[in-house]
Design a protein around this ligand. Structure first.
Ligand code: ATP
Ligand code: MG
Length: 440
């Protein structure tokens, strides 16, 4: 088992020397028991915020949430959140406690925590303190609420999404009563801030168990993601597909690299299919213009969820072109590199590759095609071939010198680039200028 870092142990030790109890708690203890990396160590202590600051007068401290008992202690350059044991009461807004009271009981502090696997405390002298069976649930790979699940989700509905997120990231199942309560309380998710929903969804989508969570808990996720409504059980009536739209989406999401914009693109890539289904005379299903409908829905969803602009723009662009085949032709690849930029071009291949994993097995052999496309694009880039204006051997100034003005300049550069990509002219200054002048 991976032990706590020296810096974390020093903090516990220092609080003990000052006469206070102190334990590592929450995600770090859980991850330590599972042998997983954890980014931050949270410390819970019997010391009041004033006593915490006194104990660390030699170090830099920040009053992160002094009213709630949290002081950040910076040790060896690493920030540690040190929080006084506390209980919470009264969640009248369904999200935040009305009242936080400090307590001297570690068990009381552990009781307010969301899931058993998150309510294990550890310190080197006393070992594990685990009053709610968190270790057994880690062993059994299960997410279970501390206390009565419906009460806990009514207090703070964000916990529903946190529970799904932990199940996805840790690869755990969800205990039946906890899952039932998630369903009974799902509408309460409506009061959670969009930013928190976006942040939880991003982590959930990047989890190793995302496929099962999307398939088994879509009814809950629909409350925050109405875009996925109607996907479950939607038979595509097409020989490419052995899955319904939801299962296909879940497989594609699981198959793509675990980075938020790629996972969101996978999640939304076919969400417009439910709106444009038709069947031809043979009974085969078609979804004409589903990429643009999906892209519009993805944009709406990500605006609503207050996604960062970079993620939103990348997702919308990827979804829009996800279904357009790319030929193994230098000219086509250069055009794509030009219109999308290098990074997004490779992302598109990742999305198309993942998309085929969600098809019937006979279409999985398309892998070789994507390998070829990647190889060809890498070669074009390595050879510094011309596919964007920055590689073109003339620029706006050259055209101004030739008497071009205003819009003419951009239009001429763009046409010259097209001609170079299409192999009609060479990327040489004289040739380019002659081309522009001729076509002015
Ligand atoms: P991560 O790996 O994402 O940091 P974590 O378990 O550390 O996971 P945090 O959000 O950092 O999660 O919270 C630290 C701890 O605080 C949790 O493990 C849990 O004990 C408690 N906690 C956090 N949010 C809630 C909540 N909404 N309700 C109850 N307890 C919570
Ligand atoms: Mg944490």
């Amino acid at each position: 088992m991976k032990l706590l870092s020296k810096a974390a142990l020093d903090i516990i030790e220092q609080l003990n020397l000052c006469g206070h109890e102190a334990y590592a708690v929450g995600g770090c203890t859980r991850d330590m028991l599972m042998g997983r990396e954890n980014h931050d160590t949270d410390i819970t202590t019997s010391a009041t915020p004033e006593e915490i600051k006194e104990a660390f007068s030699a170090l830099r401290t920040v009053d992160t949430g002094i009213k709630h008992g949290t002081v950040t202690v910076i040790s060896e350059g690493i920030p540690f959140e040190v929080t006084t044991y506390r209980t919470e009461k009264g969640y009248s807004d369904g999200r935040h406690p009305d009242e936080v009271t400090f307590t001297s009981s570690l068990t009381e502090d552990l009781k307010r925590r969301d899931f058993t696997v998150n309510s294990i405390a550890y310190c080197p002298h006393k070992g594990f303190v685990d009053p709610f069976g968190g270790r057994e649930d880690i062993e059994g790979r299960i997410i279970r609420c501390v206390g009565n699940p419906e009460e806990r989700f009514t207090e703070d509905s964000l916990r529903i999404l946190r529970g799904l997120r932990f199940a996805s990231v840790l690869g755990f199942g969800i205990e039946k009563k906890t899952a039932d309560a998630m369903r009974n309380c799902k509408e309460l998710l409506g009061i959670v801030s969009k930013e928190r929903i976006f942040s939880e969804l991003s982590k959930l989508l990047c989890g190793e168990n995302v496929k099962d969570i999307l398939i088994n808990y879509s009814d809950i996720l629909e409350v925050v993601l109405p875009e996925i409504k109607g996907m479950k059980g939607f038979n595509q009536h097409n020989y490419h597909h052995i899955y319904d739209i939801l299962e296909h989406t879940a497989v594609v999401t699981e198959s793509i690299e675990a980075v938020p914009h790629l996972r969101f693109a996978a999640l939304f890539h076919d969400c417009g299919k439910t709106e444009c289904f038709s069947r031809d005379e043979n009974g085969t299903g078609h979804f004409y213009s589903h990429p643009s409908i999906s892209a519009a829905k993805a944009e709406e969803a990500l605006l609503r969820l207050k996604s960062d602009t970079g993620t939103r723009e990348a997702v919308v662009k990827l979804v829009k072109v996800h279904d357009t085949p790319i030929e193994e032709s230098e000219r086509i690849i250069k055009r794509r590199l030009r219109s999308m930029g290098e990074e997004l071009f490779f992302d598109l291949i990742k999305l198309q590759r993942a998309d085929t994993k969600g098809l019937a097995p006979e279409f999985h052999s398309r892998e070789a095609h994507f390998d070829t496309l990647e190889k060809m694009a890498r070669q074009i880039i390595a050879d510094e071939e011309c596919f964007s204006l920055k590689e073109l051997k003339i620029d706006g100034n050259d055209l101004i010198n030739e008497g071009f003005i205003g819009r003419e300049i951009g239009n001429a550069l763009s046409s010259a680039l097209d001609a170079v990509i299409d192999g009609k002219i060479q990327n040489k200054k004289e040739e380019l200028l002659a081309f522009c002048i001729k076509n002015k």
